[in-house]
Design a protein around this ligand. Structure first.
Ligand SMILES: [Zn+2]
Length: 353
């Protein structure tokens, strides 16, 4: 059994603050156990709006938003107990309007895939993670940087262990599993119910309605991490320009969350080691290896097309119940039921970057 001290986890995110809203308590838990956790931010979040009303007109922040976001990110990493790397690409922004305007020149989503993939391969070969996390193919919600983060992470997962790929980007290293961050509609439902029982309005009614219009994912992995929820919240608050301290992230008291839903969910997308699902550990199947590093250094088996031979490949989203009233609207396209010209998940996502 490999001790936590020998294990490494890399969480790849689009913008600074995503690492604190998706899988943050899981990162904090593994870090506290001695796993080496690295957060990678693909972009600097330079095109994010200031979403905290109390800071909207702050002249110092407006003068240097990217500097402010770098300091916020450093603080969040410190709170979570993780190390952090900037991949160095420019935020694509969230295009809005009908028709959508073109993406800004030179942004992350428009960079050639070989350039972005090589940058991530270099970081993977340097940090040598056994497990990667990223977003599903829809990006969780349709932000161009989130979708690109998925594409680049999956390309880097395929290439990092290939000695012929990006030979100037370090010694080959093959991560053994890649996960998508999950978002459980049941969790929102249970939390809403608990709040109603306590005599409050359900804080997530709109969010749940928006989730019902998105493809449903098959969540394979639940990580118990309730004791790290306070760190998650502190890390979120560290992104002060992006997170309203009175907003929905903090609408349910911590003790209610810890009692009602003490886990974070993930979707296993690819594994080179045999797995037994559902699981409760991102390193399941890896801890059991005599020498995980040796396996990651070895060139992985590939088929005739050069694709990795997988022990497990993720399932497509669940088939849609054709009788459900919201089927027509179920979509990976931007959704705008309230007609405000913005995707309805935008405010729930908690950032515009
Ligand atoms: Zn983001």
């Amino acid at each position: 059994m490999t001790t936590p001290q020998g294990l490494r986890l890399m969480a790849v995110h689009a913008h600074p603050d995503d690492e604190s809203s998706k899988g943050a308590a899981t990162s904090a838990r593994y870090a506290s156990e001695g796993v080496d956790v690295r957060v990678v931010s693909c972009t600097g979040g330079e095109r994010g709006d200031i979403l905290n009303d109390k800071l909207k007109d702050d002249a110092d922040i407006l003068r240097d938003i990217s500097g402010v976001r770098r300091r916020e990110m450093a603080r969040a990493a410190e709170v979570l107990g993780v190390s952090h790397t900037w991949l160095g690409f420019a935020d694509s922004g969230l295009p809005e309007g009908d028709p959508l305007p073109p993406l800004p020149e030179g942004c992350f989503a428009l960079e050639p895939l070989t350039v972005t993939t090589e940058a991530l391969v270099r970081v993977i070969r340097e940090f040598r993670p056994h497990v990667l996390t990223t977003y599903d193919e829809n990006g969780g919600y349709p932000h161009p940087d989130h979708i690109q983060t998925h594409v680049v992470t999956m390309a880097a997962f395929r290439a990092a262990g290939d000695p012929a790929a990006y030979p100037h980007a370090g010694e080959p290293w093959q991560p053994l599993k890649v996960y998508y961050n999950g978002w459980s509609p049941e969790r929102m439902e249970r939390l809403d119910e608990a709040m109603v029982e306590a005599g409050h309005e359900p804080p997530y009614a709109d969010w749940r309605a928006n989730l019902r219009r998105r493809p449903r994912r098959v969540l394979t992995t639940r990580i118990r991490c309730a004791e790290h929820f306070p760190q998650r919240d502190d890390a979120l608050r560290a992104h002060a320009t992006q997170v309203d301290p009175d907003g929905h992230w903090f609408a349910v008291p911590l003790e209610v969350q810890q009692r009602v839903w003490p886990t974070e969910e993930f979707e296993l997308a690819r594994s080179l080691v045999p797995v037994d699902l559902p699981e409760d550990d991102l390193f399941a199947g890896i801890r059991e290896l005599a020498d995980p590093d040796e396996v990651c250094r070895r060139a992985p088996e590939r088929d005739a097309d050069g694709e990795l031979v997988l022990a497990y490949e993720g399932q497509p989203p669940l088939p849609v119940d054709e009788d459900a009233p919201d089927v027509a609207a179920r979509s990976t396209e931007p959704q705008d039921a309230d007609g405000d010209g913005q995707d309805d998940m935008r405010s729930e996502e908690g950032h515009a970057g």
